[in-house]
Design a protein around this ligand. Structure first.
Ligand SMILES: [Zn+2]
Ligand SMILES: [Zn+2]
Length: 108
């Protein structure tokens, strides 16, 4: 295992070049990079309450105004929550899934 080899030799397994920081697995440089990456990840995967409320609000408004709750672009079909295009897409996906399942069943 490369990771373990570097770790046991006190070398950063991420870049494989610099010495690891004392008490840490990675070097200072890579620790920095990971902290930045984690920050970017967190900000792009915002799951805060305000975000969730916004989503719910958007859904409610779309339903009220008869807009598709899936793409938020087209008019929803009469009495339905989604538009014709999204409806067809979902149906297509389901057809693919079902035919795949059927095939797997045949292979048995
Ligand atoms: Zn490193
Ligand atoms: Zn749609």
């Amino acid at each position: 295992m490369r990771y373990d080899w570097y770790k046991s030799h006190g070398i950063c397994p991420y870049c494989g070049q610099a010495d690891a920081v004392k008490g840490k697995v990675f070097c200072l440089n890579c620790l920095d990079r990971q902290a930045v990456a984690a920050m970017v990840y967190r900000s792009s995967h915002d799951t805060t309450e305000s975000n969730r409320v916004r989503c719910r609000e958007r859904y409610r408004k779309a339903r009220e105004t008869g807009i598709c709750v899936r793409c938020y672009q087209n008019k929803a079909r009469d009495g339905k929550a989604i538009c014709q295009r999204c409806f067809m897409r979902i149906r297509e996906k389901q057809a693919v899934y079902q035919s795949k399942r059927r095939k797997e069943g045949d292979a048995k």
